[in-house]
Design a protein around this ligand. Structure first.
Ligand code: CTP
Length: 426
């Protein structure tokens, strides 16, 4: 990430949710990096953090009331958004998401959001059942289709004692997402720069693989791996956010299907290959799945039992199809094929070897493993982008940011091809 936030004006809406306490830390991070932060605190938000603490951290008055004569005269709900470069809603409750989706103007925050002409980033926070409720899914989908950006939510333990997706992203992750938007030029003037400056991929079809594969040994056991699917899902989401028609072929993961993405769930490498081939033709293929290299030569039809002698069963394995290789050499090869290289050592060297061996155009390489099982299931990734011409260290960033950076690279690639075609036609 290159730029700091100096002189950037951020309008932060804090809505009702226990995660509101994390927004205080977000304000601190933004201010420390040079941003000017103004806050709207909803009535719900004020039950979790006080206007005084928000105001003290922002070093600005806090705006709470649509009908405040003083605030409306001095600032006004229209000026609040006009004077901001970026609007961030964190935490974004199910209620404020619904208000935004339906264009309701019921209080200062929802009225400002309806009148806003600036890019909006929201960090949802709610109980997992609220997050996966069809009503919320439809609302979120509708906001994404309008170009509103999301940070999270993450999966984890909830304040209510339950577990699932719906936890607000950590302040550091939201901060990185804001910087990512800045890097992409997604702040600034009306109307809706998010939409106009987004790398449009509208007419392009994309195929993404994600997650592990499970290869049966018998009806209860399988060979699998530690992949969480977070990176592949984030790529599918970013491509869809920027208008591509995305098919995600995912092995078993605990993640919800990304919004606006045709998701096909499979279990084995063979099923994954069949689903990928069925999704052809397409323009882009990104193979982020951690496909099991081997499967049992003959999976047992019944559960393998221990015998009285304690004989250790011998596994006989055979190789699985290499989906990335097959797509790269396919009669209907996508114009752009990208793969990942998860390496425990010699990352760049192995990744460059893979680029040549697999016949793909790009490899995104990262280091995995170690005692802490680094990268698996985490929200951050440190990726090296490798093509025939370049090796670029993207540094450590959130998996969503990797998805967006890759999407931007894909958009640039297709823009360049289009430019070359136009030049040739002239
Ligand atoms: N891949 C695939 N099908 C396979 C194996 C891997 O599509 N059967 C893809 C992965 O999705 C990834 C890339 O190939 O994009 C590299 O995967 P990785 O597991 O790092 O490499 P392998 O080919 O399995 O090589 P090795 O295990 O020797 O590192």
């Amino acid at each position: 990430m290159t730029q700091n936030l100096k002189d950037l004006s951020i309008l932060l809406v804090i809505s009702g949710g226990i995660a509101a306490y994390k927004s205080l830390e977000l304000i601190r991070l933004l201010k420390k990096d040079g941003a000017k932060v103004r806050c709207i605190l909803t009535e719900g938000g004020s039950h979790f953090v006080t206007p005084l603490s928000v105001s003290a951290l922002c070093e600005e008055p806090v705006y709470t009331d649509l009908w405040s004569l003083k605030d409306e005269t001095e600032m006004g709900h229209i000026r609040l958004s006009r004077e901001a470069d970026l609007i961030v809603v964190a935490p974004a409750s199910a209620n404020i998401i619904a208000q935004m989706a339906h264009g309701l103007a019921q209080d200062l925050a929802s009225t400002m959001l309806l009148a806003a002409n600036k890019p909006i980033l929201i960090a949802p926070a709610m109980n997992h059942a609220m997050w996966v409720n069809d009503a919320t899914c439809t609302n979120v989908n509708s906001l994404k289709n309008r170009g509103i950006k999301f940070a999270g939510p993450e999966e984890g333990d909830m304040a209510c004692g339950e577990h699932g997706p719906g936890r607000m992203s950590e302040p550091g992750t939201i901060f990185d997402r804001i910087k990512g938007l800045l890097d992409e030029g997604m702040t600034g003037d009306s109307p809706h720069p998010l939409i106009t400056s987004s790398p449009h991929l509208k007419s392009l079809r994309a195929l993404v693989t994600s997650g592990p594969t499970y290869e049966s040994l018998d009806p209860v056991r399988f060979i699998g791996n530690r992949s969480s699917g977070k990176q592949g899902h984030a790529i599918a989401q970013a491509l869809a956010d920027f208008g591509a028609d995305v098919t995600l072929v995912s092995g078993p993961t605990a993640l919800p299907d990304p919004f606006g993405v045709r998701t096909i769930r499979v279990e084995t490498a063979q099923e994954m290959l069949a689903a990928c081939e069925a999704a052809l033709p397409c323009d882009i293929a990104v193979c982020a799945a951690a496909v099991s290299d081997w499967r049992a030569s003959a999976p047992a039809e019944q559960k393998i039992k221990k015998d009285a002698e304690g004989t250790i069963p011998q596994l006989s394995l055979k190789e699985n199809p290499d989906i990335l290789y097959i797509l790269s050499h396919h009669a209907q090869r996508p114009a752009l094929v990208a793969g990942f290289a998860a390496e425990t050592q010699g990352v760049l060297e192995h990744a460059k070897g893979k680029l040549a061996r697999k016949g793909c155009d790009w490899i995104l390489a990262n280091q995995v493993g170690g005692d802490d099982k680094k990268v698996f299931g985490e929200d951050e990734n440190h990726v090296y982008f490798i093509s025939a011409k370049t090796t670029d260290d993207w540094g450590a960033m959130s998996k969503s940011a990797v998805g967006e950076r890759l999407t931007q690279a894909i958009a640039d690639y297709f823009k360049a091809i289009k430019g070359q075609m136009n030049d040739a036609a002239e």
